[in-house]
Design a protein. Structure first.
Length: 368
C-alpha cells in the first residue's frame, strides 16, 4: 500500500482498510447514501467544498478523509444533501431526542463542545453541525428564546471557518425573514472548558490508532431498509419543511417572500429524450411521472428536492438542470410542480445514453 493511501482513509471502503473504521468525533459515511459511491456520473462535492481544513478530497470518484487534518467540526455532515456523512458523538439522532425532551415555551439552549458545565443545554459538538431547521422547529414549537452557548470560536481547534455560531444565526434569521416572522436567537460566549493540550494529544493518538474508539456500525443488512434508502428525504430537510409549514400556519397574516431561493429541477422538453433516468435515479423521490396515451408528464415535489444535482449529472441530453426555482411560499404549499410533457420515444437510447448507463452501473456500490 502506498504512503498516500496509508495516510488516508476511504470512508468505509474495504479496499483501503481491512475493516470499516468508525470515528467517534470525525466523519463516517453510509455508503448506500453517498451520491459519489452510488453513481459514477455524480459530480457531488459538497462535503469537500464545506471542509475548511482541507481534510476531504475526491479520489477515483469517491470521498477521501485525511484524519490528521480533520477537526471534527461536522460542516460536511450538515452540507451533505443525502445525509450520507455522520458524526457519532453526539449523533444527529441523539441531538434530536435531547431536543424533543428539552422543548419548553420559554427557552431552549444548545451548547458547543467547548462548554460542558451547562447541564440544561443540548450538546451538539460544533455549531457547524447544527441545521437552521432545528432552530426554526424550536420556534414553531413555541420556544420564545433560542440560546446558543458557545466557547470562543477563534480559539477552538474545531474551527477553521470564522464563526460557525454567527453563521448559524444568520442562516436561521434569513430563513425566518422569508416567512416574514422574527426569531429571537441569543448567543452567550464563555471561556472554553476543555483542556486543549490534552485534547491535541488525544486527537493525534486517535488518528494513529484509528480503531481505539469504534462506534457500533448501524445495521445495513435488512433488504427492506436498503430499498428504502434509495428514495429517502433527509431528516434535516424534513424538519426544515415541517418548521416552515408550522410557522406559516401559526402566523397566517405574515407576508411570505416569493423570492426563488430553493432548488428544483427544470427540464427542457426540446432536449429531453423521455428516458426518465432522472426520475429513477433521484435519491429523494422528488421527481414523479404521470403517464398518458402518447406522452409522459414529469412533476416535481417542491418540498423533496435537496439540490443534490444528480438528475442533472445523469442527464445525457443536457435537458435537466437544477436551479433555484422555488420560493418559500411554494415550499410551504407543497404542491407538485409541472416540469415537462415528453412524447413517448420508441427509439429511446442513443450510444451516448448507453455509455452513460454503463458507467452508472460501474459505480462502486454495484461492484461490491
Amino acid at each position: 500500500m502506498s504512503s498516500k493511501l496509508e495516510n488516508t482513509i476511504r470512508f468505509g471502503m474495504s479496499s483501503f482498510v481491512e475493516e470499516d473504521t468508525l470515528f467517534k468525533d470525525k466523519p463516517n459515511i453510509l455508503r448506500r447514501r453517498c451520491l459519489r459511491i452510488r453513481h459514477a456520473s455524480s459530480s457531488c462535492a459538497t462535503c469537500v467544498e464545506s471542509c475548511h481544513s482541507q481534510a476531504l478530497s475526491i479520489l477515483n470518484n469517491q470521498p477521501i478523509l485525511k484524519p490528521s487534518a480533520c477537526s471534527g467540526c461536522g460542516a460536511c455532515e450538515n452540507a451533505c444533501p443525502t445525509e450520507a456523512i455522520q458524526i457519532g458523538s453526539p449523533s444527529q439522532e441523539e441531538i434530536f431526542e435531547r431536543f424533543k425532551k428539552a422543548l419548553n415555551p420559554n427557552k431552549i439552549s444548545f451548547a458547543c463542545k467547548q462548554i460542558s458545565s451547562e447541564a440544561h443545554c443540548i450538546p451538539v459538538g460544533c455549531f457547524s453541525r447544527l441545521s437552521p431547521g432545528l432552530l426554526l422547529l424550536a420556534k414553531a414549537a413555541g420556544a420564545k428564546n433560542i440560546e446558543l452557548v458557545s466557547g470562543k470560536c477563534e480559539n477552538c481547534l474545531r474551527n477553521n471557518s470564522g464563526n460557525p455560531t454567527k453563521s448559524l444565526c444568520l442562516k436561521t434569521e434569513n430563513l425566518s425573514a422569508l416567512l416574514g416572522i422574527p426569531i429571537d436567537i441569543s448567543v452567550r460566549v464563555k471561556d472554553s472548558e476543555l483542556n486543549l493540550g490534552r485534547r491535541r494529544f488525544l486527537g493525534a493518538f486517535l488518528d494513529k490508532a484509528r480503531t481505539s474508539e469504534l462506534l457500533p456500525k448501524k445495521s445495513e443488512d435488512s433488504h427492506s431498509s436498503q430499498l428504502n434508502e434509495w428514495k429517502r428525504v433527509p431528516d434535516s430537510h424534513l424538519r426544515l419543511i415541517t418548521a416552515l409549514r408550522m410557522l406559516s400556519m401559526k402566523n397566517p397574516d405574515a407576508t411570505i417572500s416569493e423570492e426563488k431561493t430553493f432548488c428544483l429541477p427544470a427540464i427542457d422538453p426540446s432536449k429531453c429524450s423521455g428516458c426518465l433516468l432522472c426520475v429513477s435515479i433521484c435519491p429523494t423521490g422528488c421527481l414523479v411521472t404521470e403517464k398518458h396515451d402518447d406522452s409522459t408528464r414529469i412533476h416535481a415535489n417542491t418540498s423533496a428536492c435537496t439540490g443534490c444535482g444528480l438528475c442533472s449529472d445523469i442527464c445525457y441530453s443536457g435537458a435537466c438542470r437544477v436551479n433555484k426555482e422555488v420560493s418559500v411560499k411554494e415550499l410551504v404549499d407543497s404542491k407538485n410542480k409541472f416540469l415537462a410533457e415528453i412524447p413517448i420515444n420508441p427509439n429511446l437510447f442513443s450510444e451516448e445514453a448507453e455509455d452513460k448507463i454503463s458507467r452508472m452501473f460501474d459505480a462502486p456500490i454495484y461492484r461490491s
